[in-house]
Structure formats: C-alpha cells, structure tokens
Design a protein around this ligand. Structure first.
Ligand SMILES: Cc1ncc(COP(=O)(O)O)c(C=O)c1O
Length: 549
C-alpha cells in the first residue's frame, strides 16, 4: 500500500514556484496554491487519493474492530470544549495527524449504530456495498440536477425509481425522485398535494382573482395522531399553518381509525373547507403501526383528496420475504415516501418520493435559462432537477444500486425481517416481565415500554405506588427518563424515550440483524438495575436535562 507523502515530499513544479507578476510579490501565494493543488482529486493525485482515503477507511475499521459498546458516555460540555480548542486556522501537517485528532474530537465518542446495544432511533447499521457506493459517488461528485452534470447517474436514479414504483405497484405512469430524507419527501408530497388542490380551486368561478394565501386558508390535511411531525412542519412551511393539519385519533393498536377520519373529513367539508390530503403512515415512528391503507385511500378518493403514504420506516417491507403484505395498500397511493436510509440499511442520506402520476411532478418544475431551459425539456434532455425541490443533489441512488447489484433485494428484506422477528420475541419477554409495562404489542421493530415495578414495602395508593402496589404513574414519569439518561451516560446501551398519552416511556428501535435476544435482554437487565438503583437512591440523573432536555 502506498504511504501518504508528507507535506515536505509533496509534488511541487519547480518551474512555477516563485512565479510572480511584474512588480508584485506573489511568491509565497503561488507556492501555497501549488501545494494546495496536491489536494485536488485529479489524474496527478490519484495515488495520493487512494493513500489518504485508505488511511481514513483504516481509522474507521480499526475503530469498529475495537468498539465494545455503542457510546463512551461523553457529555456535550466536554465535547464542546475539546472541539472548541481546535485552531481551525492552523492546519495539521498531514492526514495522519488530522485522523489522530479526529479520534479525540469525533471517532472515539461517536454513537455507533452497528453495536448490538444501540437500540434507540431509526438508525440502521449500514451495508458495505452502500459504503462502496458512498466512496464512489462523493469522489466522482456527480450532481443530479442536469444531464450535463450527471449523464448515466440520471439513468441509474431513474431506473431505481422505476424499480421502487414497480415494487409498490404504483402503475405504469409512476415516477419520482431521490431526496435527502423522509421529511423532505413528505414536504414535496404535500407541496404537490397543495398545488394540485389549488389548481382545482382556480377552476371555480367563485375563486377568480383570489390570491394564493386566500386559497391556502381553506386547505386541510388529515393524518393520524401518531404520524411524523414533518407533516405539521411541512404544512407550516407551505404557508398553510400547523393548524391546517387535522389530527385523527388512532384505535388501540395505534393505527388511524377510519371512522374517525370519515367524521373529520365530513365535518371539514361541511364547513366549506377543502379536504386536501390524507397522509397515512406505513410504520409509525413509535409503534411501527401501518395504517389501514385501503380504507383510508377510499375515504381520500371519496373527497377528491390526495392520498400520501409515509412509508419512511415501513418502506423496507417492499423487499421483505415475510411481511411484504403489510405494505400492500400502498399501491393505492398518489404518492409514497420511502427512506432507504432506514430499512434498506443505507448510509444517510437516501430517500425517495414516488408519485402515481408523473405529470404531478410538474408542480415543482421551474425552468432556469442557465440550467434547465424549457428548450431542453422540449428536446427531451433528461433533467432530474425538473422533478426535485433541490438543485445540486447527491447521487445517493448509487448506494442503493450497488446494494441491489451486490447483495440483492431479498438479502435486504431478510435483514429487516430479522429485526421484526427479534422485536416480536423481545415483546414477549417484556410482556411477561412484572417490572415492565409494554405499551402495545410490537408491529414492526419498535417496542414502547416503561419500568414500573412493584414497590416493596410501600402501602398501596401511597405517594409512590398505585392501587396495585406498582410504582405510581408520576413516579414512573420521573424515573424512566432518568433511567434512559443514566444508561446513555454509562455508554453501555442507547435506548430512546417517548410519551404515550402524556406519560414517559422508553423505546427500543431494533434494526440490527446481528443483535440477539440475549443482547436485548442484557439491555433490559441494565434498565432494570439502573431503575432499581435510582429508586433506592431516590435521585434522577443530573445529566437528564443536559442531554435530553
Ligand atoms: C414515519 C416517519 N416519517 C418521516 C420521518 C422523517 O425522516 P427523516 O429523518 O429521514 O427526515 C421519520 C423519521 O424517523 C419517520 O419515522
């Protein structure tokens, strides 16, 4: 393996060093620029590129080899001080020195999602074929806006969009575009739904001459109380306001209740407002619930509303060997969000928005003379910028491409299936454990639960226990976030927290096919031990607010 040349060995063209313009002393600046060209990724520096990237890759591989827990437990104040002490105006002598420094400012204390004791948010361990793609796409640095910045990359992205749409059975007219994540995919879906509704309103004589803000006032979006907050945020960014989103109650299984949706849509319609979109979730963030898609699609259709399926989490079901049927109703959608960086085990970022009717993407088309003039569209030059709310955009599709070409879709589905099966087994363990309360049976790969043991020696209904001798709701509310913070600070495991009906719970999100029931059971034991210790010492962790607010 070629070694990284040190700065003093770097290539410098002797004929150009010291070149100056008459009467000007540019000598040192020219030398600096010449040395800087050694950092450009080009034909002359390809060996240097390989050597330096290998150093970086080796640093990560060594780190992964030696990682025995998901986190070190470092606090924000210490990291801020350590990073603040770096003099960014004083570069280090070489890559090796920068990587050595990186160990203390990042790698040593990062959160490692590949570790079996990481069970917190919707972060997945990533697959190696996608990492190969990541290295290639950032080095070639294609930009997905226009054909003249991407060429074949555009066709690869298009082919993957078609492949995804076929898996979702969206029909022959489907299309879509890669985005930076589920929030952006949802935003674009609602932008299209909004503009589609406004185009309809403009046809009505009563609205002649009305400006856009006046029309936006009438639009309403329906989504379940358990859906992702990006729906409200999108409505706000789209000028409709947070309160344009009507929160529809869920049944006990945390799936949107179609009867409640029917009632809410009828009320809205009768009030002279416009039911604009129904947003169903295929895999809610907390409970993994898949809404009753066919029932919701029928209601959306009855009111002429857009039907969007947020499958940011559940999208991986499309390649599942065992649970594909759960996503069946997505074929009825007008648009679908899929996050490949969740259940396709891709590195951040990789997401897509799919639409049933490719013409709908024109709601985000804008022709710019310098980039994508209308003449290019008429000449059918393939431009992805016409379909995107971004301009310069990463070639994230390459990661999925290499994943499918090296591993295959079934292998990805098998990884997700393992996580879903593990969650079911953990669900049985927690349900049978008297110290814990499971909020609901797992549906995909999350578990929402809390530590709420019987309180030895205390009288029922006293301050700390309820009528059944269990820790009271209020005590459990104080204790569970403290358990989470203490476990996080220990670095031995990372779990998430959430609220159910205003009460604090803990949450596992399992996406690691190599994690075993034994691994998760040992996290449960750690939570139990920590809870018992905190109860005995009667103190919440002081770091709770520092880390989790
Ligand atoms: C159901 C759902 N939709 C959307 C999102 C947002 O996705 P992203 O974080 O990629 O923006 C999430 C994130 O967890 C999610 O769970």
């Amino acid at each position: 393996m070629p070694l990284l040349p040190r700065v003093d060995e770097m290539y410098v063209d002797e004929n150009r060093v010291g070149e100056t313009l008459p009467g000007q002393d540019f000598g040192s600046r020219v030398e600096l620029a010449l040395a800087a060209t050694n950092h450009l990724f080009n034909t002359r520096n390809s060996t240097r590129y390989v050597a330096q990237v290998l150093q970086g890759v080796n640093a990560v591989a060594t780190k992964i080899d030696r990682t025995t827990r998901p986190f070190t437990g470092v606090g924000p104040a210490e990291m801020k001080a350590r990073i603040g002490a770096v003099d960014l105006d004083q570069p280090l002598p070489d890559t090796a020195a920068a990587l050595e420094e990186l160990e203390t400012v990042y790698l040593r204390d990062a959160i490692y999602f590949h570790d079996a004791k990481y069970a917190a948010h919707l972060n997945c361990p990533v697959v190696i074929p996608a990492l190969v793609g990541e290295a290639i796409l950032s080095a070639v640095n294609s930009s997905m806006d226009t054909w003249d910045q991407s060429a074949g990359a555009t066709m690869i992205e298009r082919r993957l969009i078609d492949w995804t749409a076929e898996r979702l059975q969206l029909g022959a007219a489907a299309d879509g575009v890669f985005t930076s994540g589920g929030s952006q995919s949802n935003l674009q879906a609602l932008l299209i739904a909004r503009n589609h509704a406004v185009a309809g309103l403009r046809q009505e004589p009563a609205n002649a001459g009305l400006r856009l803000p006046a029309m936006l006032e009438k639009l309403r979006i329906f989504t379940s109380a358990d859906s992702h907050f990006s729906i409200q945020k999108s409505a706000s960014m789209l000028g409709m306001g947070f309160d344009a989103v009507i929160s529809v109650p869920c049944a006990d299984d945390h799936r949107m209740d179609p009867a409640a949706l029917a009632e809410a849509m009828a009320e809205t319609h009768d009030a002279g407002l416009v039911p604009t979109a129904v947003v169903a979730t295929a895999g809610t963030t907390d409970f993994g619930a898949v809404d009753p898609l066919a029932d919701l699609a029928a209601l959306a259709r009855a009111y002429g509303a857009w039907f969007h399926v947020d499958a940011a989490y559940g999208g991986g079901l499309m390649v599942s060997g065992r649970y594909r049927h759960l996503l069946e109703g997505a074929r009825l959608a007008d648009s679908v969000t899929v996050d490949f960086h969740k259940t396709f085990f891709q590195p951040v970022s990789s997401s897509a928005l799919l639409v049933r009717d490719r013409a709908m993407l024109q709601h985000v088309t804008y022709y710019a003379d310098y980039l994508n003039p209308e003449s290019a569209a008429l000449a059918e030059v393939p431009n992805q910028v016409d379909k995107s709310i971004q301009t310069t955009r990463r070639f994230d599709a390459l990661k999925l491409w290499l994943t499918l070409r090296i591993m295959g879709a079934d292998a990805i589905g098998a990884l997700f299936d393992e996580a879903i099966d593990l969650a079911a087994r953990v669900g049985s363990v927690l349900a049978a454990d008297d110290d814990f309360e499971l909020a609901a049976a797992p549906q995909l790969s999350t578990l929402v639960f809390r530590y709420r043991p019987r309180v030895a020696g205390s009288e029922p209904t006293d301050a700390v226990s309820d009528a059944h001798g269990r820790l009271s709701e209020d005590e459990a509310d104080a204790l569970n976030p403290a358990i989470r913070a203490a476990v996080f600070a220990s670095g031995q495991a990372v779990v998430a927290g959430t609220k159910v009906a205003g009460r604090h719970y803990l949450k596992f999100t399992l996406l690691n096919a190599e994690a075993t029931l034994g691994d998760v059971s040992s996290i449960i034991e750690l939570l139990r031990r920590t809870g018992a210790q905190l109860l005995a010492s009667d103190s919440a962790s002081p770091s709770t607010s520092e880390v989790f607010g």
